[in-house]
Design a protein around this ligand. Structure first.
Ligand code: BDR
Ligand code: CA
Length: 310
């Protein structure tokens, strides 16, 4: 499966990237401000590509602030101030592959593809919203098979009691993407929290070559952070890697179709709401509601063991 990634590394983004590089043909990556500020997520993406042996994958920096909101929120308490705390000295990143804004570069990339590709977004949806708003014509829509998004939740949040981080960080972008009418799959906390990796598997990570050592350090830091804030004990939520798995193998997930809105301000900011009764013209989004955890974890390990031999 050929895909473009849009991400904000971020520790679980790092794992998602490691998995995607082994499971998909990654055509390029756009970075976005999210877990940390935009310059850091761009640099981190390049650093990770080097660690994973793929500095050839093009990366273009994207939005550094939300679509409409003035203030940005970050998740440094989970990912550290670098966005990739837990493994020192990750080295230099890579140069931007284009001077175009990420969403224009993505549009040009899609125009050059001979077949429809997948988009997988694991950060706030600012770049995706700019892309969809700027290029929502039939021509582009036929070039995208599906947009799989890690974000949102129908069953409780991780920033507020109802809102998930990526949607809370840029609720306007999330609302636009879910209402775009493009084929969108939402992989939210409903399902990512069903598929945590046991903390006892951390040491096994370290046995998967240099990439595994780096991931062991990063995920060890992240596991402690999740435990400190009371989000997960004895397991590590691999949110963004679940979105990669869902894009590659949607048949392994249980989906429900729903017309959705994202609350854009106030106390419920970032909360996903099902539009009940008449859908008021909102398109149906595929929402992941269940996954086979054992299958997911074996999908992750099957990817990571490939780093053992470089
Ligand atoms: C999402 O928020 C970020 O902190 C993670 O990288 C993931 O994309 C989980 O709510
Ligand atoms: Ca992320």
């Amino acid at each position: 499966m050929r895909c473009y990634l849009d991400m904000d590394p971020g520790i679980d983004d790092a794992l998602a990237l490691a998995v995607a590089l082994k499971q998909c043909d990654v055509a390029g990556i756009t970075s976005v401000a999210g877990n940390v500020e935009g310059k850091k997520t761009f640099d981190n993406t390049g650093r990770l590509l080097k660690v994973f042996g793929r500095p050839d994958v093009p990366v273009v920096p994207g939005a550094t602030r939300p679509l409409l909101l003035f203030e940005s929120i970050f998740a440094e308490h989970v990912h550290g101030s670098s966005g990739l705390d837990g493994y020192p000295l990750l080295g230099e990143g890579v140069k931007a592959s284009s001077r175009l804004p990420a969403w224009q570069w993505l549009a040009a990339g899609l125009a050059a593809e001979s077949r429809p590709v997948d988009l997988i977004a694991t950060g706030p949806l600012t770049n995706m919203a700019r892309f969809l708003a700027g290029f929502d014509n039939d021509d582009y829509q036929q070039r995208v098979r599906a947009i799989t998004v890690m974000g949102g939740s129908l069953s409780g949040g991780n920033v507020t009691s109802t809102a998930e981080f990526n949607f809370f960080a840029d609720p306007d972008a999330a609302d636009l993407v879910l209402g775009s009418g493009w084929p969108v799959r939402m992989v939210g906390l409903d399902v990512t929290t069903l598929a945590g990796m046991p903390t006892s598997d951390l040491a096994r990570l370290g046995q998967q070559g240099r990439a595994g050592e780096v991931l062991e350090g990063l995920l060890g830091f992240y596991a402690q952070a999740l435990e400190r804030i009371g989000e997960a004990v004895d397991q590590i939520y691999l949110h963004d890697a679940v979105a990669v798995a869902a894009a590659c193998h949607p048949e392994k997930f249980v989906w429900k179709k729903a017309p959705l809105r994202v609350v854009r301000e106030g106390e419920l900011r970032g909360t996903v709401v099902e539009v009940l009764g008449q859908s008021h013209g909102r398109p149906l989004v595929d929402v992941a509601v269940d996954v086979d955890r054992e299958w997911f974890l074996s999908f992750v390990w099957e990817s990571l063991t490939q780093y053992k031999t470089g």
